[in-house]
Structures are given as C-alpha cells and as structure tokens.
Design a protein around this ligand. Structure first.
Ligand code: G3P
Length: 217
C-alpha cells in the first residue's frame, strides 16, 4: 500500500521524504489555506519536493469551470492529479480530463455507489473519507471494504485512496483490506513508528552497551 501525506505543509513533506516512505501527496482547499501562503507558492514547493502523484483540488461547481481549472493545474507538473468533487458536474469533468490524459481523483466520496460512479466515469483515483463517516456514527472502514469488493468483482483499475484518516489503525485496516493508497495527516504517519516496546528495547540495549569494555564507538 502506498503512503500519501494529506497536507500542504512543506516541512512535513520534507520530513516524510527523508524517511523514504512518501509515495505522494493529497491537498484540499482547507489544507492549502492552513499554510497561510499564496496558492502558487505552496503548490510549486510541493511539486519540487514530491516525485509521486500530487492531488490538487478544483473549486468550481460546474464542469466547464472544473475542466478549465484542471487543465491549468495539470500544466504545473507531470505528477499533478486533479481532484474533482463527486457530483454529476464533476463526473462530466472527470470524463473530459481523463480523455486528455489528465489523471483525476474523485473526492468527497461517502458511499460505495459514489465510488462506483467515479470508476465508471473513468477516474484514476477515488477517495472515500473514512474519518468523516466515523464522525457521523457510520463505519468508515466498512465503506472501504465494500468499495474494494466491488472494484475486485469487476476488475476496476481505479485506485482506492483511503482519505480522512484519523489514527494508525485506519492505516493498518486499509492495508488489510488491500486499498491501493492511504493518505494520512503527518501526525498519523509519525504515530505509525511508535511502539512502547521499541523505546524500552532501545533504552535497555543502551544501558547494557555501557557495560561493554573497549567500545569502538
Ligand atoms: O483531503 C481529504 C480528506 O483526507 C480530509 O480529511 O480529516 O478533513 O476529514 P478530514
């Protein structure tokens, strides 16, 4: 499973890149606004740092506007993926952009039916939001299981991006289900490293290392 960061924060992206585990980045208008920087400045920084797919979101509500924005965003880099909301107008835009070789990521997906529609429209990626489903007393990971089953049934090659991830178990469950990608906040990626027995083990080894005579380092 690929690891994407769901962020527009360049420092977080650089850190994950240094760890060697970053496969791509997803952004949305909220994440861009959190940086407080001009849109083009943020996007150029991200595209310079990331080799894998970088999702950038459109904000128009009509297909014509989404297509126009999508074409402009795609010009910014070969790895740009245009994020389009799950609406009938959005699916028109997906069809046109994909026919021009511009990959799309259908976002704000909350049901298996919506994911199937995105795949039928020809989207390269679909982003079901697990955390926001959990927030309204639903079962986010059930959504991923069902989307995965439907895509497997029909050999659909649209890639599933598990989005709106809130904790490490979302990541583990996504991998157990066989999702293609999990996009997560930096805080969740950091938590994936953690285990109390690792910390305890390091502490013990270092304590015993002190007792070794004539150490080379
Ligand atoms: O980028 C889309 C999605 O990951 C947003 O997550 O935490 O705002 O529900 P969240």
């Amino acid at each position: 499973m690929k690891f994407f960061l769901d962020t527009a924060d360049i420092d977080q992206i650089r850190k994950a890149n240094e760890w060697g585990i970053l496969d791509g980045v997803t952004t949305n208008p909220t994440l861009i606004s959190k940086t407080g920087k001009p849109f083009m400045e943020v996007v150029k920084e991200i595209l310079k740092e990331v080799d894998g797919p970088v999702s950038l979101e459109t904000v128009s509500l009509d297909a014509e506007g989404m297509i126009k924005e999508g074409r402009m965003l795609a010009e910014l880099g070969e790895n740009v993926v245009v994020k389009i909301p799950m609406t009938p107008e959005g699916m028109k835009a997906v069809q046109v952009l994909e026919s021009e070789g511009i990959p799309t990521n259908v976002t704000l997906v909350f049901s298996p039916a919506q994911a199937l529609i995105a795949a039928k429209a020809g989207a390269s990626y679909v982003s079901p939001f697990v955390g926001r489903v959990d927030d309204v007393s639903g079962e986010g990971m059930k959504l991923i299981r069902e989307v995965k089953e439907i895509f497997t049934n029909y050999e659909i090659d649209t890639q599933i991006i598990v989005a709106s991830v809130r904790h490490p178990m979302h990541v583990v469950e996504a991998a157990l289900i066989g999702a293609d990608i999990c996009t997560m906040p930096f805080s969740v990626m950091e938590k994936l490293f953690k285990h109390p027995l690792t910390d305890k083990g390091i502490e013990l080894f270092l304590k015993d290392w002190e007792k070794v005579p004539e150490k080379p380092f």
